[in-house]
Structures are given as structure tokens and as C-alpha cells.
Design a protein around this ligand. Structure first.
Ligand code: GDG
Length: 747
């Protein structure tokens, strides 16, 4: 890592958005680079920190060398970019890009699962490519940088970079849809888990629309056991915020550029060709997601059903060349062209072709002219992450005579452009009727619909989008840093061990389930291993130690496994306690009548939520849903919590807790913190270590003095300062304390 340069943005996208042509740096068309350019220039109307120019380092695949890019002539604003081309080894590039990106992720995420190819070699190449890109990115990162990673080529990258830079602000944005769990689960389990965890390496994960946020959340809950609270997802590794940022366009530029001379020239050309007929258009890359053939057949159906429109309307279908050396794309193109020929042959006349088909890339002026002059845009993809053409069409319309947008409900942008004529692209009759409505729409309605669409396209343009994302990233990264699991590492273990060794009196407070012993589907089978038993015995054998197990379990369970050890035991979160070598005593002595209404509420949830069950303890009732469907379990837990709350008469009399796959209700005066204070008074021993994994342990952490070591096991927010990943690490830590001669901890 080189010297510090404050407030630099580092962007990684598959392609570098610049290339060198005759020694001059040329900017590729695309909203992202324009947005970044405007961000780099700074907004003169903003506060000081946002008004000054900022540098952007951009890394991506390129055919130009770093030297050629650096030497190329640049405009003044382009000098704000530092460009790093990435060149992957040929054997990886092919399998990574053509293989995993284009033959698996693209079709699968667009719901074309029958086209998805699940090749382990391609996945391995994808892993390697992400690792190689990570190595290059890490070499260029500097303290204070913010990193913004784009799209499905780099789903693993956020986590890989996070492994090297714990506190870096990392944002990730997905430009294509994130599919529902039913589609995503088709991926081999290890791949799916890796991809989700890869994305969750970012502080902020952005999608176009809220549907995709929900789909991702469900996948993360089901596949990696993430916990969702509001817009945050937590795993053992940390927390990420998920949000929808519907990408915008440079609406102002589209509105103004229609007056450029080259655009006016192109408009005149189109007008001459179509005469006084109405013009309907579409522009897409050649791709099966775009619904090209169904659209064409719907237009044919339109002319058949409404022959009065023959010779009155022209459909200009522009298909932009893409991947047509691949046989399936080439076949798609031939099939499309065969139908264009057939329809024109069948319906056309000497002076009218119903379909004007173009297979080529248009210049920007031609695009804007086409947008400007078309009466209807027929945007009917079968699936699309967002679809910028729809927004560009809206922004380019002449206010005096705006056109009509017919839009597929399968395009992300339909969630925003709600006033458009929304169609289902598989329903040819609906397309036919929408086309007719659009062509016949009266002036007043056209103006009213368009002005609403225009307002939306202008108010959340690409600059608002980028600045919204980057602002959100700053706040998410700040919160994320606070929440990130701080695994104990050598240095901290060293400090704990040194304090342990020099202390004259030590207290060690241990939770049981999820802390000393991993969870089991059947709680009765979650029993301590001989290693744990022997370890506890060694800890108790040291006269300086006072060891307590403070658990939610009942007395008989704790007696069964620990009666032979000189341990302090606390059962049912503090309702009973047994001091080492003494008898059990009850802290709570009421009868069971209070449980009745709570039990009734729980029984009703058990009937509805398969796999869940009620555990009755002397001083609490617990509803478990570890063995239920995780999403339905969570929903049922929320409903149960509300139901239980409704049974409370006095505040504080009972506590309702949502723990690790449980909902528990118990008397308000019983908690693990009070139990610890009852056992050990003011907790002023020279060494105190408290370890626990769930919400009930937070009560324990909350009574810990400042110099105590509070350790949270697993994911989730906590008051504890330290984290361990799982019970295995807890045992390792305790072994470490009793055997000081061991080698390094984790490095
Ligand atoms: C991904 C997602 C999401 C197209 N043909 C020509 C041309 N274009 C320009 C358009 C528009 C862009 O390309 C295509 O817009 P998309 O929305 O399809 O964007 P992609 O980058 O292909 O796709 C998509 C997008 O990312 C943004 O997040 O909306 O869902 O798949 O800007 O104007 N431009 C010129 N000539 C053409 O022939 N000059």
C-alpha cells in the first residue's frame, strides 16, 4: 500500500470504460462512466467536501496497455481518472467470462435456467479470476480509499478484498436481476454459498429494485444462515446493508442533445423514410432475454387483428450485434431475420414495409433521433435488470408531442415507470392491445402520462443514483466497521492470557448451548464432549478459578452432565442456582399459572409451523424453530412475539426474547446478568471472562465491568468486545488459557 490520498474512489467493473484510439483516450458510451465523471468533477453547488474534484482509479479488462492508456491524449476532466487495465491469462479468461459469466450466471439470473451450464471447471476459473483481480486491486489500494465493485463478474471479490482490508469501505452493485431462491438454489450448494458470502464482504450491497433485495435476503437466510434485521444482514463475518438503487440516466443530456445538428439531420432522414406514418421502435442487444421474436410476432398479430393500421405504422426493430459467433446466438438471429422477411413478404407493399429491421450498432446521434421521432417505444424484454432504453426514450421526448412507452413488467424499470403501459411479454394479446392503445392515445393523456414519467427520470438521474449509493456506502461502512466481527487474534489472545496468568482471583462465566457445545437438531443430543468435560475439570482444579455455567437449560440437564465437577451452575437463565459443592436453590418460587396464556399462543404456532415445538422449563416457555423452514420460522416468530406481547398486562413483569431460533417468555426479574451478580457480588475480581452466543447472554455482558473480557460467539450484534466463531474456538481459547506453552493462535 502506497502513501495516503484522501477521498479516492476505486471502481472495478468488467470492462474499462475507456480505450485508446489513434493516441486519444475515448470514453465508451454508458451511464456509469458519465456518472463517475460528474462525481469526479465535484458538484459546485454542494458543500466543501463534495465540491472539489476527486480522483478515480478504475480497474477493468482492456485491450490497451497501462502505458498506452496513461500516454493517450486526454480532455481535462479525463485527467481525473487513473486507469489500470486487467489482462487475465487466456485459459482463465475464456472459462471465466464465456463460461461461468455468460453460460451460467447470465441465463440463471435472468430465469433461463434451462440454458445454464453448471461446469465445475468454469466455476474454478471464476474463482481464480476473482482472486487474480483481487490481487491487482489490493496492490493499488491506499488507506482512506473507497472501493465500488460492479456486477456479476465479481460476486466473490468483495469478500476476497475484505480478507486483506478489514476496515475498507466496500460497495457492491449488481446490474442484472438477483433471482428468487427457487432459481438460485439450482446452483451447487458450495457455489451458491460462496457467491452469497462473497457479496456480503461488502458494507453495502446495491440492487436495482426491492424485489432483488428480497430475493437476495431470502437466499442469504436459507443458504448461509444470515440474520436479517431491517435492511441489514449479518453473518459470522460481519454485517452488510442491502438497498435498492434504481440506476438512472443522464436525463438532462438526452433532453438537450435532441437539438444537436447531427441529431436533427438524422431525424430528417427518418422522417423522409417513414413519411406521415407513425413510428414504433425497439433497440436491444441480440440476446434471448430481450424477447425479440415474441415481440416481432406480436407486431404481426397486431397488423392481422387491426388491418386498418397497415401502411399507417412502421415498426423499426434495431438489434445490436452481440456474441453472434456463438452458434445459439447466430441461430436466434437467423430465425428472427426469417420472420422479418416472412412478415414483410406477407404484408408489405410496394411503398410500405411493416418491419424495418436493422442489425447494427447505431451512433449516439442516430439513437437520440430514433428516440425523439418514435411515437411508441416497444420495450418488451422477457427479463431485464433495469433497462435504460426505456428511460432514455422518456428523457428524449419532445414536450410538445411526447410518445408512449409500452414496457414489460419483467424489466426492473417497470417498478419505477409505473405510468407506462405495462405488459406481460409472454402475452401477445396484451402487447397487441397495448400497442393499439398507445397508437390511439389522445393528446391530453399522452402529455399527462409522459410528464409523470419524465419527472421520475429527471429526479433520480444517474448522478443522483451514484451519489445516493456513495452516501449510503459511507454510512453503511461506518456502522459496518462497528459491527464487524472482531475475531480474536494473537495479540488479543496474548493480552487475555497474560491477564489470566497474573490474576490472583478469576471468574469465568460460560453459557452452554452454542458456546461450549454446538447446537443439535435435538436439544437432548447437544451434550458436552469428553474433551469439554476434561477441560472444565482442569479449569475448576485451579484454586484461583471460579467457574460458572450460566445456561437456559434446566437443573436436571445440568446435573446430568456437570454434577461431578466443582462448578457453579445456574439453570433457566437464573431461576435456580447451585454453588459449587452445595445444593440447588430456587430463586423463583411462583406456581405455573402465569404460563397458560403464553402456552396457548405457542401451541397455535406449533400447529401452523411444521418442525417447531415448545419446551417447558420451570420458569420459562420456549418455542423452538431451528428445524422449521427458516423464512417461515422467522415470520412465525414475529407473529408469536406480537401475540405474546398482547398477553402482557404489566410492563416488565415478563420478558419476551427472540434468541437463536427460539422465542422465549419468562419472568422479568430473571436474567443471566442478575444471576452472575448474585453468584459473585460486584464482579470485582482481577480477571473476568464471560462467553455467550445469544440474546440472553447480552444481559450477562451488560453487567460486566469495563476491564472484563466479554466474548460473543457467532454472528449478530452484541455488547461484547470480542468475537469467536463457534464453540470449537471457545474450547480452543480455554485450552489456551490453561496451557500457556502453546504456539500462536491464528496467524
Ligand atoms: C445491464 C443490465 C441494466 C444500445 N444500443 C445502442 C446503444 N445502446 C445503449 C443504450 C443504453 C444501453 O446501451 C443499453 O441499456 P441496458 O439497460 O440494456 O444496459 P446494459 O449495460 O446492456 O445492461 C440492464 C444496465 O446494466 C444498467 O444497470 O439496465 O438491465 O442488463 O444506454 O442507449 N447506444 C448506441 N448505439 C446503439 O446501437 N450509441
Amino acid at each position: 500500500m502506497a502513501g495516503t490520498e484522501p477521498d479516492r474512489l476505486v471502481v472495478v467493473s468488467y470492462r474499462l470504460p475507456f480505450h485508446v484510439e489513434d493516441g486519444v483516450l475515448k470514453q465508451n458510451s454508458g451511464g456509469l462512466v458519465s456518472a463517475m465523471l460528474s462525481y469526479a468533477k465535484g458538484n459546485p453547488e454542494s458543500n466543501a467536501s463534495e465540491s472539489s474534484p476527486r480522483r478515480i482509479l478504475w480497474l477493468g479488462i482492456s485491450e490497451d496497455t497501462e502505458e498506452a492508456l496513461a500516454k493517450a491524449d486526454r480532455s481535462e476532466e479525463q485527467t481525473l481518472f487513473d486507469l489500470v487495465p486487467i489482462l487475465l491469462p487466456e485459459e482463465i479468461q475464456q472459462k471465466f467470462y464465456e463460461g461461468l459469466c455468460n453460460n451460467l450466471i447470465w441465463p440463471l439470473f435472468h430465469y433461463f435456467s434451462y440454458l445454464a451450464e453448471f461446469s465445475p471447471e468454469d466455476y474454478e476459473a471464476y474463482r481464480k479470476a476473482n482472486q487474480l483481480v483481487c490481487d491487482i486491486v489490493c496492490k493499488h489500494l491506499q488507506p482512506g480509499d473507497r472501493l465500488w465493485i460492479h456486477d456479476y463478474h465479481f460476486l466473490l471479490l468483495p469478500k476476497l478484498v475484505r480478507g486483506n482490508f478489514r476496515d475498507l469501505s466496500i460497495g457492491f452493485f449488481l446490474h442484472i436481476p438477483f433471482p428468487s431462491y427457487e432459481i438460485f438454489r439450482l446452483l451447487p450448494r458450495t457455489w451458491g454459498r460462496e457467491l452469497v458470502l462473497g457479496m456480503l464482504g461488502a458494507d453495502l450491497v446495491g440492487f436495482h429494485i426491492y424485489d432483488y433485495v428480497q430475493h437476495f435476503t431470502q437466499c442469504a437466510i436459507r443458504m448461509v444462515g444470515a440474520q436479517a434485521v431491517g435492511s441489514w444482514l449479518s453473518t459470522e463475518e460481519g454485517s452488510s446493508r442491502l438497498e435498492a438503487f434504481p440506476i438512472g440516466i443522464d436525463a438532462q443530456a438526452f433532453a438537450e442533445d435532441r437539438f444537436l445538428p447531427e441529431v436533427e439531420l438524422a431525424i430528417r432522414g427518418i422522417l423522409e423514410a417513414i413519411g406521415d406514418r407513425l413510428l414504433v421502435f425497439s433497440v436491444d442487444r441480440l440476446d434471448y432475454t430481450k424477447g425479440l421474436l415474441p415481440r416481432l410476432l406480436a407486431v404481426e398479430k397486431f397488423f392481422t387483428k387491426y388491418p386498418q393500421w397497415k401502411n399507417q405504422m412502421v415498426f423499426n426493430m434495431v438489434v445490436v450485434p452481440s456474441r453472434d459467433t456463438i452458434p445459439s446466438y447466430h441461430e436466434m438471429k437467423l430465425e428472427l431475420e426469417a420472420h422479418v422477411g416472412r412478415i414483410n413478404g406477407l404484408m408489405g407493399s410496394l411503398d410500405w414495409r411493416p418491419i424495418v429491421y436493422q442489425y447494427r450498432h447505431l451512433s449516439r446521434a442516430e439513437m437520440i433521433a430514433l428516440y425523439n421521432i418514435s411515437d411508441v417505444a416497444l420495450i418488451t424484454p422477457l427479463r431485464d435488470g433495469m433497462n435504460l432504453v426505456a428511460k432514455e426514450y422518456v428523457a428524449s421526448q419532445p414536450p410538445e408531442n411526447p410518445g408512449v412507452l409500452v414496457l414489460s413488467e419483467m424489466a426492473g424499470t417497470s417498478a419505477e415507470l409505473r405510468e407506462a403501459l405495462i405488459i406481460n411479454p409472454n402475452d401477445s394479446d396484451e402487447i397487441v392491445e397495448a400497442l393499439r392503445t398507445a397508437l390511439e392515445m389522445g393528446d391530453e393523456e399522452r402529455h399527462s402520462v409522459w410528464s409523470k414519467l419524465r419527472d421520475r427520470v429527471h429526479s433520480y438521474d444517474v448522478f443522483a443514483w451514484a451519489s445516493d449509493f456513495l452516501h449510503s456506502l459511507s454510512s453503511a461502512a461506518e456502522v459496518g466497521r462497528g459491527r464487524r466481527v472482531t475475531p480474536l487474534v494473537d495479540r488479543e489472545i496474548g493480552i487475555i492470557q497474560a491477564r489470566y496468568l497474573t490474576a490472583t482471583k478469576r471468574v469465568i462465566l460460560l453459557d452452554y448451548d452454542g458456546t461450549l457445545v454446538p447446537f443439535h437438531r435435538d436439544p437432548e443430543k447437544a451434550v458436552p464432549s469428553p474433551q469439554v468435560h476434561e477441560l472444565l475439570s482442569r479449569l475448576c482444579g485451579d484454586a484461583k478459578n471460579e467457574i460458572a455455567i450460566i445456561s437456559g437449560r434446566d437443573r436436571s440437564f445440568l446435573d446430568r452432565w456437570f454434577a461431578d465437577l466443582p462448578l457453579n451452575l445456574v439453570a433457566e437463565h437464573g431461576a435456580s442456582q447451585r454453588l459449587a459443592g452445595q445444593k440447588w436453590e430456587n430463586v423463583w418460587n411462583e406456581n405455573d399459572d402465569w404460563k397458560k396464556p403464553f402456552r396457548r399462543a405457542m401451541e397455535s404456532v406449533v400447529r401452523r409451523c411444521p418442525g417447531s415445538f415448545i419446551e417447558e422449563k420451570r420458569t420459562s416457555l420456549v418455542w423452538h424453530f431451528r428445524n422449521s423452514d427458516p423464512i417461515y420460522g422467522l415470520r412465525s416468530a414475529q407473529e408469536l412475539m406480537e401475540d405474546l406481547e398482547n398477553n402482557l398486562s404489566e410492563p416488565g413483569e415478563f420478558r419476551i426474547l427472540d434468541g437463536n431460533h427460539i422465542v422465549e417468555v419468562r419472568p422479568g426479574e430473571i436474567d443471566k446478568g442478575s444471576a452472575a451478580l448474585r453468584l459473585f457480588g460486584q464482579l470485582n475480581q482481577s480477571f473476568i471472562l464471560a462467553i455467550g452466543d445469544d440474546r440472553t447472554d447480552e444481559d450477562l455482558f451488560s453487567v460486566m465491568p469495563r476491564d472484563a473480557f466479554a466474548v460473543k460467539v457467532g454472528k449478530g450484534t452484541t455488547r461484547a468486545r470480542y468475537h469467536l466463531r463457534d464453540p470449537g474456538e471457545v474450547v480452543r481459547l480455554l485450552e489456551y488459557l490453561v496451557s500457556p506453552q502453546q504456539g500462536p493462535w491464528m496467524s
